[in-house]
Write a protein that binds this ligand. Sequence first.
Ligand SMILES: N[C@@H](CCC(=O)N[C@@H](CS)C(=O)NCC(=O)O)C(=O)O
Length: 325
Amino acid sequence: MGLLVDGQWQDKWYDTDANGGSFKLEDAGFRNWVTVDGSAGPTGKGGFKAEANRYHLYVSLACPWAHRTTIYRKLKGLEDMISMSVVHPFMGDRGWTFANGEGVIADPLFNADYLYEVYIAAKSDYTGRVTVPILWDKQTNTIVSNESSEIIRMFNSAFDEVGATAGDFLPSALLAEIDEINAFVYSAVNNGVYKAGFATTQEAYEEPVTELFEALDTLEARLAERRYLMGEKITEADWRLFTTLVRFDAVYVGHFKCNIRRIVDYPNLWGYLRELYQVSGVAETVNMDHIKTHYYTSHTNINPTGIIPVGPVLDFTEPHERDYF
Ligand SMILES: N[C@@H](CCC(=O)N[C@@H](CS)C(=O)NCC(=O)O)C(=O)O
């Protein structure tokens, strides 16, 4: 675990002391957009036109933020036009690596050993954390974006005219409502588990855990009334919730101490999670081995022995029983 300072790697854990023991996620450093015609997107600069075989995605199969992008790459049929590398699940002193391991896909562009080399290739004096996902442009040799929430919006529609699978997870009529629920889920759930897990004081832990379970209770009630968060159709809001839910019982309950309840204790959330998992192609994006290995072995201040728990036994393939809607 560490970060780049002026293009030099420094081995540092998150600085929770600066925030009274609380974990604060850093803003992503590259915020450009791939668009249909290469014009600038909502942030950053233009020049990134949607084209087949132009972009490369770097991910970790363990990471819930990167997982959003692998789901979209799969569901939008982008696998043949956007190549992908997968880092090793263990993130040690030098951050993410391409060490040999099951499920690791080496870096074909730089043959990098460490992911930070990719950041330095984009900006030799880069300062910031070295995070996944990264969307790389092979034409202009730079990082387009390292912000998952924006990469999935690009994948959702920018490549439709060059052969992506039809399907829109962000219908414009629902945009405002989706943004609203995303903000709630992000703060209390997606990032809530990290705020609880990386807290270094009792108070900084208890507050996000309480907020997290209040939010899960609210979502449970909402899913009693609706099949998906926005109603009858799966939207971006569901995929953003899914990547946290699928890791929850195996990792966040134990490793991050988010243990007031488990997802299997919530009938609606558990059925909803199974249904999303069973959407064609999605199960192939879930690698429980990378997920458990990453969290339990990389965060040595939380789990010094590095022992990976054997359980829990979870069967995401059980009938989801949500078709009654
Ligand atoms: N804002 C980013 C956050 C990505 C992120 O924090 N990724 C984690 C893995 S789950 C990471 O690479 N962390 C490495 C580090 O912080 O040093 C996004 O959503 O794309």
